[in-house]
Design a protein around this ligand. Sequence first.
Ligand SMILES: Cc1cc2nc3c(=O)[nH]c(=O)nc-3n(C[C@H](O)[C@H](O)[C@H](O)COP(=O)(O)OP(=O)(O)OC[C@H]3O[C@@H](n4cnc5c(N)ncnc54)[C@H](O)[C@@H]3O)c2cc1C
Length: 277
Amino acid sequence: MATRRISGASLDHGAQYFSVRDPRFAALVARWESAGLVQPWFTAAGITRYRGAEGMNPVARHYAAQLEILAPSRVRQVELAGPAWRVVTDTGASFSASALLLTAPAPQSLALLAPIADRLPPPLPAALHSIEYDRCLALMTVLDGPSSVPAPGFIRPGDSVISWLADNFLKGVSTRPGALTLHATPEFSLGHWNEPDELCAAQLLTAASPWLGARVLEWQLHRWRFSRPTATHTEPCLFTSDPLPLAVAGDAFGGPRIEGAFLSGIAAASALAAVPA
Ligand SMILES: Cc1cc2nc3c(=O)[nH]c(=O)nc-3n(C[C@H](O)[C@H](O)[C@H](O)COP(=O)(O)OP(=O)(O)OC[C@H]3O[C@@H](n4cnc5c(N)ncnc54)[C@H](O)[C@@H]3O)c2cc1C
């Protein structure tokens, strides 16, 4: 759920919208909607797609307001230290806890657990190992005028280069017109992953030319290495209490979307809450 500001424009460059199927997520989204955080964007095939009122990022920021977040620390190491987990960050800080919850993309959680994998029940690392992700090259573009994207602000071109093109102004996220997000297809993203930004951007902008409608002033490219899990695990999270309580969650378990990540988080929380103190 990522929003970037470029020259006065706001652009969602990760998740573009979310839908709601599970009543537990529906209850949360209803609260977000009353708080003015999210609103319906469009409805297709009877399913409403929601957007962040001011982009996706403020939704996550609001939801995390009561948490102590040590960003931009990155977890570098996870250890079994006697009766407790120890987590070490790249700033050298270390934390001890009786239980551990990992919600990074599966390959990153697996890398953190690798040094202690032989102390875990074999199915847990094996399950993480089996999860793979598509990549996505995301291009954010600021134009010198309105784009040619029709209301309500998106196109799925259906070609081999661009899977999704959104106008963040028509969407209601950017106050500046001509703020486009382009997502390359998984095939294009994989094939062009190691090319310089300029080359990727030129090809994406050429493919997007029918919908640009104005001159490109500026662009930025973001590489989502773990964009979407290509196959999700059947359980809503992984959990073990041997040798210490550990839950692994994320959209690779609950389903490859925001709602799936939420449901996986709920499952992991329930498993951890049931651990005897
Ligand atoms: C381009 C794109 C388009 C998408 N479009 C949609 C959409 O339209 N609708 C929809 O519902 N979903 C969409 N999704 C999917 C949606 O964004 C994900 O399902 C959801 O964000 C997954 O949440 P998560 O918490 O499981 O993982 P993430 O959101 O990936 O969060 C994992 C976090 O772990 C952090 N992390 C990793 N390693 C470490 C470490 N060592 N230390 C500390 N932190 C670490 C990462 O920085 C990241 O913040 C899209 C995703 C992408 C990339």
